[in-house]
Design a protein around this ligand. Structure first.
Ligand SMILES: *Cc1c(COP(=O)(O)O)cnc(C)c1O
Length: 373
């Protein structure tokens, strides 16, 4: 059985009847830039995240960049973050003109380890940017405390964690800024690129709104330099329709995670130490990815690809070892847990519409690989 890593056409089949007329109405109006659709979505998103404000932007990457700009981060500043994330986390720090300073991860959650981050704080550290990787929250109690003690702005990279909840609070509501992506593969995905920044501070929200539109206020007066970081109305419209289904999709992902746990238990692979499953530490993770640690990872990936079982390596090269960051002076061995995660982990299909038969096929193919030796 062929199993895709992600199949968005199944989701769209259920939404088509609602989305198509709404998009047709927008096209008839020809009102594509900002406007009421963006405003409606921003209100709904702030309500969903439990923050006072949400500002729609052009991508998750731009959400990170604009949050750094609004925090006043620039040349001479350092921003503490994790080396085990999608490139945009550290890329946005460098684009803001600051220096990414990495600290190793906790091997259980794959998220920034607060104790390791604490060791890397210098007087130049202006911001702290933890990532809620794969849909599980970073240790925000400890990281919030660290940020407060050193006067660092706390910017959450919540691109993979919309709706993740701990202690009654949701991703994006812990820090000074929460950054979201609506890239199609995220739990809430648009019809292209999109993002948002959440905040509880009105001054910060106003600055984000100016910065996403060339630092302009009022029209054609520019108090500071921003960019074109606007969210398109068409994406806002689609996202607003999809946001109403998000809780049901989270529940389906959680059910799929439980099914994997049962299927892997039955397979004997856990007992033999060949596969290790992800552990939920967050009260409610949202399972953007289902990440296992496996023996002989690269051979297994080749076997799964040959068997047409969708899987992916997130991320094969930690950020401190990326060529473009060579000038930062990090070396192999600097962050052993990040490097080990990059070598050992593998993402399996977890999307909401995945069937039980497909999950059984995924686990069956993995069992067959180890049986073949
Ligand atoms: C997807 C992602 C981003 C970037 O979002 P885009 O919308 O693709 O620009 C940033 N950080 C993390 C952790 C992500 O997964």
């Amino acid at each position: 059985m062929k199993v895709p890593l992600l199949d968005l056409t199944r989701q769209y089949a259920e939404l088509r009847a609602e989305i198509e007329p709404a998009v047709a109405a927008l096209m008839a109006s020809q009102q594509f830039i900002l406007g009421p659709k963006v405003g409606e979505f921003e209100c709904a998103l702030a309500g969903y995240c439990g923050t006072r404000f949400a500002v729609g932007v052009s991508s998750g990457t731009d959400a990170l960049l604009i949050a750094l700009m609004a925090a006043g981060v620039g040349p001479g500043d350092e921003v503490l973050t994790t080396p085990y994330s999608f490139f945009a986390t550290a890329g946005s720090i460098a684009r803001a003109g600051a220096r990414p300073v990495f600290a190793d991860i906790d091997p259980v959650t794959f998220n920034l380890d607060p104790a390791r981050a604490d060791e890397r704080v210098t007087p130049r550290a202006k911001a702290l940017m933890p990532v809620h990787l794969y849909g599980q929250l970073a240790d925000m109690a400890a990281l919030g405390d660290l940020a407060r003690r050193h006067g660092m702005t706390l910017i959450e990279d919540a691109a993979q964690a919309i709706g993740a909840e701990h202690g009654g609070r949701r991703a994006g509501a812990f820090g000074d800024f929460g950054c979201f992506s609506f890239f199609p593969s995220k739990n809430l995905g648009g019809f292209g690129d999109g993002g948002a920044v959440t905040t509880n501070d009105e001054q910060r929200a106003r600055r984000l709104i100016r910065l996403r539109n060339h630092g302009m206020e009022p029209k054609y007066y520019h108090g500071e330099i921003g960019g074109n970081f606007r969210l398109d109305a068409i994406h806002a419209l689609v996202l607003n329709i999809k946001l109403k289904r998000l809780e049901a999709w989270h529940a389906a992902r959680a059910r799929n995670a439980e099914r994997y746990a049962a299927l892997f238990e039955e397979s004997g692979l856990l007992r033999r130490g060949l596969v290790r499953l992800p552990r939920a530490v967050t009260d409610r993770p949202v399972w953007n990815q289902y990440i296992i640690r496996v023996a002989r990872r690269d051979d297994l990936v080749a076997a799964l690809k040959a068997a047409e079982i969708g899987c992916e390596i997130y991320y094969p090269v930690p950020l401190h070892l990326q060529k473009c960051f060579a000038h930062l002076g990090y070396r192999e061995g600097d962050f052993p847990e990040s490097e080990r995660a990059a070598r050992e982990t593998l993402a399996l299909p977890i999307f909401p519409e995945l069937t039980e038969a497909e999950q059984a096929a995924v686990v069956g193919a993995i069992a067959a690989f180890y049986k073949a030796g």
